[in-house]
Design a protein around this ligand. Structure first.
Ligand code: FAD
Length: 276
């Protein structure tokens, strides 16, 4: 039987205060990872700090610089948001790839990256968009590029007492042509066996892949071949992705299958976004 205290805060500073003082206090957003992890013995919080209704985290704002997505904004809100669909379709696709409709009604973008699964569906799209993670904690605010936020499987750069306040996607919008392609064991609800995000910015392409290393990673070898060496063949460029990854075998797929699929999906992503 799980035993913990549930705390509903009225303001962000109260939440930060509790999280900083109590080591076994966890931020509770949608709970779709947290509850599963608690039942499976992965997390044993003494306190759950409900951050879902905090006004400071319920921000969804577009300005001259970009779009700010508060940590309480759900994946369905993002996947159905007119401006995201029109201007940042790769993020709408990544958000829509998570679970089923009811999961996305609770699950947040911030929760997806804070859980830090190497297979997190929103991570690879965020890598190709140069997203910044805005963090608040006992020592104030700081921002990190999303690529520095993921530090290992289930691990992030968050320090004790810190939480993600929002995710910032910088302009220009529309963000070129981008796709997120996911291979999973079933056609419906499952984590990615391989996830590939390809974002064509016009002048250059950015590619990130998930579930093939300890964290989501950029496919720098492929990017270099296209952006710097002018490689025109998607098939030839896609072969290079194997230099950027270190997949493992697990219940979702073997190491060999992942090496194969990531190349296939990078090729398809390049064909769809670059037309080469
Ligand atoms: C049936 C099912 C299917 C799923 N399918 C997928 C899938 O296809 N793809 C995929 O990527 N994921 C999937 N997931 C995992 C999950 O739904 C996502 O990772 C989700 O986005 C997590 O968000 P949440 O708001 O529910 O996070 P929570 O469960 O509330 O939190 C997750 C972790 O992050 C911490 N946290 C939450 N918010 C913050 C914050 N603002 N600052 C600091 N720490 C924070 C929590 O303390 C916890 O450790 C699935 C889960 C289920 C149950």
């Amino acid at each position: 039987m799980l035993s913990y205290e549930y705390v509903k805060c009225t303001g962000l500073s109260e939440a930060v205060d509790i999280l900083a003082k109590e080591e076994q206090a966890y931020p509770y957003a949608g709970g779709t990872d947290l509850m599963v992890g608690m039942r499976g013995g992965k997390f044993a919080p003494k306190k759950l700090v409900d951050i879902k209704t905090l006004p400071e985290l319920n921000v969804f704002e577009e300005n001259d610089q970009g779009i700010i997505i508060g940590a309480a904004i759900t994946l369905n809100q993002i996947a159905c948001h007119d401006s995201i669909i029109k201007n940042i379709p790769i993020l709408a696709e990544g958000s829509h790839s998570v679970g089923g409709y009811t999961i996305r009604n609770r699950a947040t973008l911030a929760g997806n990256i804070c859980n830090a699964s190497p297979a997190a569906d929103t991570a690879a799209p965020l890598y190709t968009l140069d997203a910044l993670i805005n963090i608040v904690g006992p020592d104030g605010n700081r921002s990190l590029p999303v690529e520095e936020f993921f530090t290992g499987p289930g691990q992030t750069a968050l320090k004790n007492g810190e939480l993600v306040q929002s995710i910032f996607i910088p302009r220009p919008f529309p963000a070129g042509k981008g796709v997120y392609i996911k291979a999973s064991r079933t056609g419906s609800v499952d984590l990615a066996t391989v996830g590939v995000a390809v974002q064509n910015w016009g002048e250059h392409v950015k590619i990130a892949v998930g579930a093939v290393a300890a964290t989501p990673v950029r496919a720098f070898s492929v990017e270099k071949a296209i952006n710097e060496k002018g490689e025109k063949s998607s098939a030839e460029a896609a072969k290079l992705v194997n230099n950027d990854i270190a997949p493992i075998t697990d219940i979702r797929g073997s190491r060999e299958y992942r090496y194969h699929m990531v190349e296939v999906l990078v090729r398809r992503g390049l064909e769809q976004t670059m037309g080469v």
